[in-house]
Design a protein around this ligand. Structure first.
Ligand code: ACM
Length: 599
């Protein structure tokens, strides 16, 4: 780390850095001067949890600055010290920085989050950390990301990369979508065919599901799965970073891959193949005793791998066609005096819930589980907008908000789909994500107590590379993190996007994260010197270069280099457009963006 002279500018830079934290902390008070983190800084911890936290911190400092910091038990010299004591709740912390020391107080989780804030304050500042006092705690206890590893297998290193990034932004729940029609991804010792057969498909469609009729297949066998050793490794890796993994084992629908391995668990006397196309599939588990035994066995192995309290059982999109014509299903409806197949699903899910509860676990299901009747102890994951969350909370369920119209990361990031890589559909801008209100007005204050938190869902039908996974998640995941953590009163999109995000995106690029380069903030004004209209372009990646045109022609790197507000031409009523691209410090070029110029 280079030695930096204390200058007025240096302090200003450092203070800017303090205010750049995402998600925004509860309160920051500015002090005087700054602490310089360098090779002489000692890391002080008196207990094992703090040592582990500092161990991870020092690894990151080593990666970033090539400086190895040592961890010692007693304070001396200039130091960073963690005192493990609960401050501001189970995940809250206080962080005090002055010229001689950094003092962190919090539980093991709280202290971990303090270190994430600290790392962000260092970004772009060569180790200078502005003197300040921060007190902080999360708005929600559940701050999640879902990764669908079933539609496309996500490798262990990529899972770890996402886990690290989640931790940096104080996200603490990773829902791992491990089974679906198109793949079964978790090794189950008692049922080896689940991965021998269910983890691979012979071919998958190219393009969007709606692109070609008939569908066109790539002819490539693909798939993969996690061994139980892999799972244990990831669970421990996540736990070190204060993230609990919630496994999702889909039932009774989205189960074709399992039925391909064990067709006797279906209602039809047929063979099933692991499909290579998307959409809702009719193949669902048959409610036989044999199926419940199988699911209980599977869940027993799953519970042994995942120690967290929640197990997600899916429960979404269950076509009842097979049950309608199944003597087994119809007999069960009669036997239990159920009204129809929906109530049969309620019976199915409730039976699984009782099994999980008996083993000390809690069930989460997608909001459709409300339709067939389910005990109030079940937690509802609202994906049909707010609807499931509102209905669930009113009926006394805990709920997690993952509205598909705000938090689905598989949606396009631009209105013009032709400018973006294939996505599922829709258009959810960064600003729209940021604008989500996780506490719907339709709920009373008391009902709102049931909202455990929020989650972004990364479905991967169209995610065929790690770059694309990151492109779809970032930067929108950062907006979700802020909604999950920060106070409603602090919400300010301009501050988030134009003031704080730029340093983050530069840092994410340095770390090899393939985020989407967002549209810049454009403001129009008037130049007092000549009365001409002006346009200012504020990109959301620090130290990027903007190239533009104002003659309605394409902007690329042959365009004008932006270096301050542009004086616009006197164009009368001519419809002129500002076209621009953003080129990051790492050399990635954005899409070309277009804004109509005021007449
Ligand atoms: C879902 O998007 N089917 C939960």
């Amino acid at each position: 780390m280079k030695f930096i002279l204390t200058t007025y500018i240096g302090c200003l830079l450092a203070f800017g850095a303090m205010a750049q934290i995402i998600p925004a902390p509860g309160s920051i008070q500015q002090g005087h001067g700054f602490f310089k983190l360098d090779g002489n800084t000692k890391l002080v911890a008196g207990d094992e949890a703090s040592r582990r936290n500092l161990g991870l911190f020092s690894q990151l400092i080593l990666e970033r600055f090539k400086v190895k910091l040592s961890i010692i038990p007693k304070a001396t010299g200039r130091y960073l010290e963690i005192t493990q004591t609960e401050v501001n709740g189970p995940e809250g912390y206080s962080l005090e920085v002055n010229e001689n020391r950094i003092s962190i107080k919090g539980s093991s989780k709280g202290a971990f989050y303090a270190l994430q804030s600290l790392l962000q304050m260092i970004d772009g500042n060569n180790g200078q950390i502005a003197s300040c006092t921060i007190t902080d705690k999360p708005g929600f206890g559940y701050r999640g990301v879902m990764i669908d590893a079933a539609r496309h297998f996500i490798t262990l290193p990529e899972m770890k990369k996402i886990i690290n990034l989640m931790a940096n932004y104080k996200l603490n729940r990773l829902q791992w979508h491990l089974t679906d029609d198109q793949g079964w991804r978790v090794e189950i010792k008692k049922y080896p065919k689940l991965t021998q057969i269910g983890a691979f498909r012979d071919s998958a469609i190219i393009g969007h599901y709606g692109d070609f009729k008939p569908l066109i297949y790539d002819g490539q066998r693909s798939g993969g799965f996690y061994t139980q050793a892999d799972i244990k490794e990831i669970v421990a890796y996540a736990a070190d970073r204060k993230i609990t993994i919630i496994p999702e084992i889909e039932l009774p629908g989205h189960s074709t891959a399992a039925l391909a391995a064990y067709p006797e668990l279906g209602c039809k006397d047929t063979i099933y193949n692991v499909p290579g196309y998307w959409g809702v599939h009719p193949n669902i588990y048959c409610p036989k005793e044999e199926t419940f035994r199988f699911l209980e066995d599977v869940l027993t192995e799953v519970m042994a791998l995942f120690p967290g309290e929640f197990i997600h059982i899916g429960g979404d999109e269950v076509p009842k066609d097979h049950w309608k014509v199944s003597p087994v299903a119809q007999a069960l409806i009669k036997q239990h005096h159920l009204k129809d197949e929906h109530e049969l699903q309620g019976y199915f899910v409730t039976r699984i819930e009782k099994f999980l509860n008996k083993h000390g676990r809690r069930l989460i299901g997608w909001d459709e589980i409300l339709e067939g009747g389910v005990a109030p102890s079940a937690t509802i994951m609202s994906w049909h907008g707010d609807r499931g969350g509102i209905n669930g909370a009113k009926a006394g369920h805990d709920v997690i908000m993952t509205p598909n119209n705000y938090f689905y990361a598989d949606r396009y990031q631009a209105k013009d789909k032709n400018t973006e890589p294939t996505a599922l559909g829709g258009f959810i801008s960064l600003e729209k994500v940021y604008g989500y209100n996780p506490r719907p007005d339709a709920l009373t204050a008391q009902e709102q107590q049931h909202i455990l938190g929020v989650q972004t869902n990364m479905w991967t039908e169209y995610v065929t590379s790690n770059n694309k996974l990151e492109y779809m998640l970032f930067p929108r995941m950062l907006a979700v993190a802020e909604i999950a953590w920060s106070n409603k009163e602090q919400k300010d999109y301009d501050d988030f996007s134009a003031k704080r995000l730029p340093v983050h995106l530069q840092e994410l690029e340095r770390r090899g994260v393939f985020f989407r380069i967002p549209e810049a903030k454009i403001t129009f004004g008037t130049n007092p010197a000549n009365g001409r209209r002006t346009a200012a372009i504020i990109p959301f990646v620090a130290n990027s270069t903007v190239y533009y045109t104002i003659d309605n022609h394409k902007a690329d790197q042959t365009g004008n280099v932006y270096n301050g507000a542009i004086d616009l031409p006197w164009a009368g009523n001519a419809p002129l457009q500002l076209n621009y691209i953003i080129v990051t410090p790492g050399g990635r070029a954005s899409n070309m963006f277009t804004v109509d110029l005021p007449k």
